[in-house]
Design a protein around this ligand. Structure first.
Ligand SMILES: [Mg+2]
Length: 191
């Protein structure tokens, strides 16, 4: 059993992880992506419980930044146009004073393999490329974009006793009232 207890931070690729890999190319060059609200809830829950979350993608889109800002991921932890993901993962760890061994990295394709191998726990969805599957410590039984992120974040937080909610509090969270209430006041986090 891979030791989920040791994980103190998460890092994620985007396409094929939060999404099924599909993009809708529209006339102005933007790419539209579909995210899963259950994945979003898991990210918000992880952050409220004190886990730094990094987004490390080779893509670049204002919609990616705005999506993760809405989930309370700081801009500094959103790495777009990442040419080589492992140095960006190391940079994230250094800024937050974690060891690579304490971070979970989730990716689905060849550019993610070095980070999957070097992170404390490397994870991929079941529809990842064969190289990622062979490198991963955990292969989820969920596909990218189909609650893969929810699966692995929920499993990790449950292992650490942090998947707990108070139904009488806003959004059912026990923790992070400041973040939660400020999000409510600004009308964000409408999911
Ligand atoms: Mg990908």
């Amino acid at each position: 059993m891979t030791d989920l207890i040791k994980i103190k931070a998460f890092a994620f690729d985007v396409d094929g992880v939060f999404t099924d890999g599909g993009v809708l190319a529209i006339g102005n060059g933007d790419l539209l992506r579909t995210f899963n609200a259950k994945d979003s809830f898991a990210i918000r829950t992880a952050i409220i419980n004190g886990f730094p979350v990094a987004i490390i993608t080779g893509g670049c889109s204002e919609s990616i930044a705005s999506r993760f800002r809405t989930l309370n991921v700081p801009d500094a932890d959103i790495y777009q146009l990442s040419k080589n993901k492992l140095p960006d993962l190391q940079h994230f760890c250094e800024r937050h004073h974690f060891q690579l061994s304490e971070v979970m990295f989730c990716g689905d394709d060849v550019p993610d393999v070095p980070s999957i191998m070097e992170a404390g726990i490397g994870v991929c969805p079941k529809d990842a490329c064969i190289e990622a599957i062979e490198a991963a410590d955990i292969v989820s039984d969920k596909c990218g974009g189909h609650q893969f992120v929810r699966d692995i974040v929920e499993r990790t937080l449950r292992a650490q006793g942090m998947w707990k909610f108070d139904p009488l509090q806003p959004w059912g969270f026990n923790y992070g009232d400041e973040i939660t209430l400020s999000a409510l006041k600004t009308g964000r986090n409408a999911e």
